[in-house]
Design a binder for this molecule. Structure first.
Ligand code: FES
Ligand code: FES
Length: 140
């Protein structure tokens, strides 16, 4: 019963009141956008980060078109990475999310989507920065 209640509270709260749903302007130079899909089920997750001048994630938004576990995983991820450096954020494993949300094994790939989404957002942010600081890549 205790387990059931924990499952209920944590997962249901992220289901019913997902945190940080929405979008950031994807052309902003300090915004990184991650867009990933799960081949197994066709669900799609978009996760965006805004990074301040100290390299800290200051804002996070997500939009997930997918199952409840994927939505809960992305909601959890947005809360988890806010205030972290990119390096710290890149180290968060899907297994941590799955454990926190008590996801059953068949829902592991839903948490994997959140891990891939943050990696993809960090990559996008970094490649934008590189393009800004390396004129060659801007086509000069
Ligand atoms: Fe993705 Fe269930 S298979 S919502
Ligand atoms: Fe596919 Fe959850 S993301 S079932």
């Amino acid at each position: 019963p205790v387990l059931a209640r924990n499952y209920h509270e944590k997962v249901i709260s992220h289901y019913e009141k997902p945190r940080n749903v929405g979008s950031l302007p994807k052309n902003d130079i300090d915004v990184g956008t991650g867009l990933v899909g799960a081949p197994a089920c066709g669900d799609v997750m978009k996760l965006q980060i805004r990074v301040d001048e100290n390299g800290i994630i200051s804002d996070v938004k997500f939009k997930t078109f997918g199952c409840g576990s994927a939505i809960a995983s992305s909601s959890y991820m947005t809360e988890r990475v806010k205030g972290l450096s990119l390096e710290e954020a890149g180290k968060i494993k899907n297994t941590e999310i799955a454990k926190e949300l008590c996801l059953p094994p068949v829902k592991l790939h839903c948490s994997m989507l959140a891990e891939e989404a943050i990696h993809s957002a960090i990559r996008d942010y970094r490649s934008k920065r590189d393009t800004m600081t390396n004129p060659k890549q801007r086509g000069f």
